[in-house]
Design a binder for this molecule. Structure first.
Ligand code: GLN
Length: 539
């Protein structure tokens, strides 16, 4: 295979049209035809990464193996493709400017005036082509965040224009995602916003090759023809993206619309091999034909915005399909749970997940939740802060350490059972300074975690500052909470379990980031299984 090909995905009309899912779906189809594909996302905001952003602003912060704090779309890429991404797959305006400004301070521009064009656009272009130049990929899909016409998107669109100009004709393709709204009063789908959006692209010198039209109603042949004519694309390059039951239907829908074929023929790449999507179809079949149902509560404080727990929600979809079980997830606000109402709040659930998070808000609700599930044998999975809360609850109510806490919540606690690591204490900067990315963990044989993974050595991703305080390990183990997973080098506690409980597992890492369609995460799979068993016993 010769040169790497570049596909750019832009968005018009409104945000939230699902560029990430379309990009991931196209990548899936190309991968299923044997191409080596990766996806990267360029975000137009000034933050260096979303790591310091509140989940309400930006949804979940997705963490890669190499410890990059990235946009949640990277989670979709990994879940769809089953390949890992890295820092190189997510670049923000902030990062671009930081690089250029650092170079300027080092005098690398030799006395020149440093400008958006060419210096910022050169840096954008360099980063767009970085993964392509590794030789590891046949196709690099670049998703541009934001909407065409936004002030901050301009340097990115200009960079795409320049790359297309610099490369040969068949090296690049541009997919523009737009909305075709339905006006109920007129009983009509409207193409004008799409026309305007394409016009805006043309003003910047970029002609889309393919239009993916989000719509709530089928686009008729006439409408497709009209869009093609006025937007200057071939008739077969108007792709309908109608609302579907699950995001995992999108690759098949795009295959039906021949998005992959249109793109391959534009890029002059062979499309003889039909995509092998058998395992994907099996996954979907199991997802849509469950044999039983479980109710799972996710207890957290960002519940108003389910995107804050995106990877967890997706991991439940993967593990539900694996168990042929419909997982009904309900989000419960931790601030609204207390000792008095916890029974009525949790009564109907077959499993409870206490979510990751930062800061004190909602902590006591999480602790009341954990006490209830521990005492009532309800399957429990605690992730990161959820695990830390399980440790605090156990310290207070079983080990007998009254007032025990995490030093994140109460720096003056007499019993800091969760405490900051020595090397973290010296750090004052917030961005990118947590324990981030993949670390090894050794699991004890015979534990629930071992049963789930089926092996002792694992790697999982982290994003936290605080840790189990090993000073208390012995008293915990004596009281019945075991450390069943430990970092072999630092001896930091990674997994805690209560052997007497049917399924009580707390993990300091984030298993949800590694769950994919092809490899549902083993802890989620086992947790859903345990919830299924609990549900059956209840009936
Ligand atoms: N706030 C906790 C810490 O920093 C947990 C973080 C998390 O849940 N991701 O250790």
């Amino acid at each position: 295979m010769s040169k790497t090909k570049y596909i750019f995905v832009t968005g018009g009309v409104t945000s939230s049209l699902g560029k990430g899912i379309i990009s991931a779906s196209l990548a899936k189809l190309l991968q299923a035809r044997g191409y080596r594909v990766t996806i990267q996302k360029f975000d137009p905001y000034i933050n260096i990464d979303p790591g310091t952003m509140n989940p309400y602003e930006h949804g979940e912060c997705y963490v890669t193996d190499d410890g990059a704090e990235t946009d949640l779309d990277l989670g979709h890429y990994e879940r769809f493709l089953g390949v890992t991404t890295s820092q190189a797959n997510n670049v923000t305006t902030g990062r671009i400017y930081q690089t250029v400004i650092d170079k300027e301070r080092q005098g690398q521009f030799l006395g020149k005036t440093v400008q958006v064009v060419p210096h910022i656009t050169d840096e954008i272009k360099r980063r767009i082509c970085l993964l392509g130049e590794t030789g590891d990929y046949d196709i690099v899909i670049t998703e541009l965040g934001g909407t065409v016409g936004d002030i901050e998107s301009l340097p990115f669109i200009e960079s795409v224009r320049q790359i297309i100009w610099e490369k040969e004709d068949q090296e690049c393709a541009v997919i523009h995602l737009t909305l075709v709204p339905y006006l109920a009063a007129a009983k009509e789908l409207k193409t004008k916003p799409t026309q305007h959006s394409v016009k805006a692209m043309l003003e910047y010198g970029v002609q889309p090759d393919v239009l993916v039209c989000r719509t709530e109603h089928p686009l008729g042949a006439d409408l497709r023809k009209k869009i093609a004519l006025f937007c200057n694309v071939k008739a077969n390059a108007v792709i309908e993206s109608i609302d579907v039951e699950t995001i995992y239907d999108v690759p098949l829908k795009m295959q039906k619309e021949k998005l992959d074929k249109v793109i391959l023929s534009h890029l002059k790449l062979p499309n003889k091999v039909e995509p092998d999507l058998d395992s994907w179809k099996d996954f979907l079949w199991r997802l849509k034909n469950p044999k039983q149902e479980v109710n799972i509560a996710i207890v957290g404080k960002y519940v108003e915005l389910p995107d804050a727990y995106k990877s967890i929600a997706e991991a439940f979809i993967h593990s539900g399909s694996e168990n042929e079980t419909k997982v009904r997830v309900q989000y419960l606000h931790s601030e609204l749970i207390n000792e008095e109402n916890v029974k009525s709040k949790l009564d109907k659930f077959d499993g409870v997940l206490v979510a990751p998070g930062f800061g004190e808000r909602g902590i006591e609700g999480k602790i009341s939740t954990i006490k209830y599930v521990r005492e009532n044998n309800i399957p429990f999975l605690g992730i990161c802060l959820g695990m830390q809360c399980a440790v605090v609850e156990f310290a207070r109510n079983v080990v007998g350490l009254e007032g025990a806490s995490s030093s994140e919540m109460n720096p003056d606690t007499k019993y800091p059972v969760i405490d900051m690591m020595a090397e973290q204490k010296a750090i004052v900067k917030k961005g990118g300074t947590m324990r981030l990315g993949s670390y090894p963990c050794q699991i004890t044989k015979g534990s629930k975690a071992y049963q789930a993974y089926g092996k002792g050595k694992i790697q999982e991703r982290h994003r936290h500052r605080f840790e189990f305080n090993n000073k208390y390990l012995e008293s915990f183990e004596k009281a019945g909470m075991q450390c069943t997973g430990v970092n072999p080098e630092s001896h930091l506690v990674e997994i805690v379990e209560i052997a007497e409980h049917p399924w009580f597992v707390g993990v300091q890492f984030h298993p949800e980031y590694r769950s994919t369609v092809d490899n549902p995460h083993p802890l989620f799979v086992r947790f859903v299984k345990a919830a299924g068993e609990f549900a059956q016993k209840k009936d």
